[in-house]
Structures are given as structure tokens and as C-alpha cells.
Design a protein around this ligand. Structure first.
Ligand code: PLP
Length: 456
């Protein structure tokens, strides 16, 4: 009987003995190629000696400080480093800076989003706009598991026990998901325009003067599987937020810090769409330590500074020196080894392999990706895009078959409205080798073959 309380009380998790590079080595002797980095976390793979040494050195130097009165070089250097990543060259070759001015380090993506909800409200509080009490999010979004972050998420399964006690004053609009929701007679641009129009209608229904922020993942990760927005959508969203003074919060907990082939996924949206708040997580510390961050722009920093001069929020372990030094070591490796652009290049190769291998398969409805984040979505009928019955769990079967063959992929979190969600997600380390990439795809082919036989 395990002593650890996990998500499942009945399934016993696999015991990992140790992990190195792209592999997890189980206590039962099996080695598993970690093609999803856990949950898109292990960006430089496991067991990196440089990160371990930097982390140990920091623990010897200063193991803990309380940020109420103190800071550390580790935290300051990491903040500088991350904010430096916010100067980018957009799709038109023009250098631009994101205007993100301060970083707030916490222990998880949920906490980062929780912090973002709070600073956004405090921003309007300081400005005297007390009537702004409403957040707008999107359906099929996952922003975390704490009460606040779950309240802006619409993953039905996870919300069920808490319905009625989640935060009020939150509403949801449709996601931008071309594969399922773009109408046959619509171009990509027309679909984006419709979504932006619908968002404005929603803002007007609520009363835009009551809205604090609009929250979205630029590339949707776990719920529906690497869903990118149609051209023009996010620039339209930015214009709407500007028109009504609403803050734009991008949740890049999954896709930020290089995963999509640029430090931030939003850099690739319509030549670069700038948010007011960004949250990052998984790729920041690469799983060596629990760390995530909220980054805010000068508009917010200046308003708080002119007002109370205090961010009315904080955690005992925020900006933990050990976590910050480990994350800094991870980020230095990524920069030194050019892993963000490698992520883009390897992503192109992975996409080509997946399309060649699965494009013609009967039950693969869509293959989509950006950088080293790819999803295969499974359907019973490709023409009508009808999914398998939820009880079949086709994606979950592929996940299990691949695992039994030695490759770990990420299964979907769950359906939102019975239409989407039957997918697997691939998010290997940025430094995965070409050989490992080939093993990943050929193993998936075998897993697909085994799974699809009974349905043919
Ligand atoms: N936001 C997004 C987009 C995520 O994918 C996740 C986790 O999967 C979270 C927030 C929550 O992060 P955490 O699990 O670190 O609390």
C-alpha cells in the first residue's frame, strides 16, 4: 500500500529508480524514453550534472531567505535572465521588447496563475476601478488546480466536486480551435474575425468596464492538444483588450520558455502580440526544482508603485534560492546550447515524421504542433471528425501501448464537451537526439498498430 497520496488512490504509479538524459529507469529494470518530459517539463532531460552542481552550491551558500526582507543573487539573476528573454525578433524580422518588467517566482503554474489573478485585480484596485471584478477565460482551458486557477479552467472532470464553491464572476468564451470549430465556408482569417467579434459581444454583455482580464494559452497544451490560434485572432484580442482597458494574461506555463521554438509562444502570434501578464512554469526549471513565475509589464508595475507600492500577495517559499539557482542553470544551458532554436528545427523534423507516419492512418484525425510540442488527435471517422466513445479511450490505449513498448507520451486530460480530448501529446526534451526522435515515432507506429487492430 503506497504511503503517498496521489491523484489516483487505486492505480499504483511506476516506481522510478533513477532518470538520465531522455530516459526514466524503472525499479523493475525497464527503461522508458520520456517523450513527454513528464508533463512537458523536462526540457533538458534528466540528471544534468551542471544543474545539480549549481543547485548544491546554492544550498551551501544560502538555503533559504524570506523575501519580505531579503533577496538573493540567485533570484535576482534569474529574474534578469528571464526578462532578457523577452526581447525577441518577430516574424517580420523586427526586434521588439515585450515590456515585461518584473518577475515573481513561485512553486507551481497554479500559483503563478493565482498570483496573476490577484495582481490584475490589485492593478484596478489601485486605479480606483473597483467595479472591475470579472475575469473572462476560454472553454477547454486548463490553468491549474488551486481554487482560483481551477475557477478560470473549464476542465469539467476536475471541476465537478467543486462546482458551486469555485470563484464567481468568471465566464468562458469559445476557444480558437480550427480543426473542430472553423466552419467549412470560413477562411482562417474569417474564423479569427468571428471569434474576436464573439469575444467583443461577450465583453459587452458582461459590461467591459467590469472586466479585469482575459486569460488564454497562446498554444493550448494539455486539454485539447497543442492547439494554435488562427491568424489574426490574438492581435484582434489584444486590440479588444486595449479598447476596453482589459488586461491580457497569457498562460504560458506549458508552452513558455522555448517549447514552441521561441522563448514565448506569443512572439509567433501575428508578428508578436504583447500581453500585460505572462505566467510560465514547466520549462523554467526543467523539473529539477518546483518553480514557476508570473511576469508583469511596466503598466502594472508603475501603477502599483504609484499606489500602495506593495503587491498584496506572497508565499513563504517564493523566489526560493535553491529553485532559482537550479532554474538559472537550466536556462544558461538552454541559451548556451541554442536549444530554443534547436527546438524549432527538431520540431519541423518531428512534424514531418509524424505526418509521413500517421497522415494517412484511419483514426488519426489531426496532427498539429509547434516546436517540440505535437499532438495526434484520434477520431472514429475522419470525414465527420466523430470521436470514439469516451469509454473506448483510444488515446489512453495508445498511451498504454507505447508505454509498454518503452515510450512515455502524455495522454489527454479529459474531454470538455465530448468533442475534443482524445489525443496524445509529445513534448520531448529540447536536446533529444535524432535517434531518440526516430525511436519515439517508430514506437508510436507500433502502438497505433496494436491499438487500431480491434477497431478495424
Ligand atoms: N497552466 C497550464 C497551461 C498548464 O498546462 C498547467 C499544468 O499542466 C498549469 C497551468 C498548472 O501548473 P501546475 O501543475 O504547475 O500547478
Amino acid at each position: 500500500m503506497p504511503a503517498l497520496l496521489n491523484r489516483s488512490l487505486v492505480i499504483h504509479p511506476y516506481l522510478v529508480d533513477h532518470a538520465s538524459g531522455s530516459y526514466l529507469h524503472l525499479a523493475d529494470g525497464r527503461s522508458i524514453l520520456d517523450a513527454c518530459g513528464g508533463a512537458a517539463v523536462a526540457v533538458i532531460g534528466h540528471g544534468n550534472a551542471e544543474v545539480i552542481a549549481a543547485t548544491a552550491a546554492q544550498m551551501q551558500r544560502t538555503s533559504y531567505i524570506h523575501t519580505g526582507a531579503y533577496t538573493t543573487t540567485a533570484a535576482e539573476d534569474l529574474a534578469k535572465f528571464v526578462l532578457e528573454c523577452t526581447t525577441a525578433v518577430n516574424g517580420k524580422g523586427i526586434q521588439f521588447t515585450h515590456g515585461l518588467k518584473r518577475a515573481f517566482f513561485v512553486g507551481s503554474g497554479s500559483e503563478a496563475n493565482e498570483s496573476a489573478l490577484k495582481i490584475a485585480r490589485q492593478y484596478f484596485f489601485e486605479k480606483g476601478e473597483l467595479q472591475r471584478q470579472h475575469y473572462v477565460s476560454r472553454r477547454q482551458a486548463y490553468h491549474g488546480n488551486t481554487f482560483g486557477s481551477m475557477s478560470i479552467s473549464s476542465v469539467v472532470g476536475r471541476r465537478i466536486p467543486y462546482e458551486g464553491v469555485l470563484l464567481p464572476n468568471i465566464s468562458f468564451v469559445d476557444p480558437a480551435f480550427e480543426y473542430h470549430y472553423r466552419r467549412d465556408n470560413e477562411t482562417e482569417e474569417e474564423y479569427a474575425e468571428r471569434l474576436v467579434r464573439e469575444l467583443e459581444e461577450h465583453f459587452l454583455e458582461i459590461g467591459p468596464e467590469k472586466i479585469i482580464s482575459f486569460i488564454a494559452e497562446p498554444v493550448v497544451g494539455a486539454t485539447s492538444g497543442c492547439v494554435t490560434a488562427p491568424k489574426g485572432y490574438f492581435s484582434g484580442v489584444r486590440s479588444l483588450c486595449d479598447k476596453y482597458g482589459i488586461l491580457l494574461h497569457f498562460d504560458e506555463v506549458l508552452c513558455g520558455m522555448g517549447r514552441t521554438g521561441s522563448y514565448f509562444a506569443f512572439e509567433q502570434e501575428d508578428g508578436g502580440v504583447l500581453p500585460d501578464i505572462v505566467t510560465i512554469g514547466k520549462g523554467l526549471g526543467g523539473g529539477y526544482v518546483p518553480i514557476a513565475a508570473m511576469l508583469v509589464n511596466d503598466r502594472i508595475v508603475d501603477t502599483l508603485r504609484r499606489g500602495s507600492s506593495v503587491f498584496n500577495h506572497g508565499h513563504t517559499f517564493q523566489a526560493h534560492p535553491t529553485a532559482c539557482s537550479a532554474a538559472l542553470a537550466v536556462q544558461k544551458i538552454i541559451r548556451r546550447e541554442g536549444l530554443v532554436s534547436r527546438c524549432g528545427d527538431m520540431g519541423i523534423k518531428l512534424g514531418q515524421c509524424l505526418r509521413a507516419e500517421f497522415g494517412h492512418r484511419q483514426y488519426v484525425g489531426d496532427i498539429r504542433g509547434r516546436g517540440l510540442l505535437w499532438a495526434l488527435e484520434f477520431v472514429k471517422d475522419k470525414k465527420t471528425k466523430t470521436p470514439f466513445e469516451a469509454s473506448i479511450g483510444f488515446g489512453a490505449q495508445i498511451h498504454q501501448a507505447a508505454f509498454d513498448l518503452g515510450v512515455a507520451v502524455y495522454p489527454c486530460v479529459g474531454t470538455v464537451d465530448g468533442v475534443v480530448g482524445d489525443h496524445i501529446l509529445l513534448a520531448p526534451p529540447f536536446n533529444i537526439s535524432e535517434i531518440e526522435l526516430d525511436i519515439m515515432v517508430s514506437t508510436l507506429r507500433r502502438a497505433y498498430h496494436e491499438t487500431s487492430q480491434p477497431h478495424s
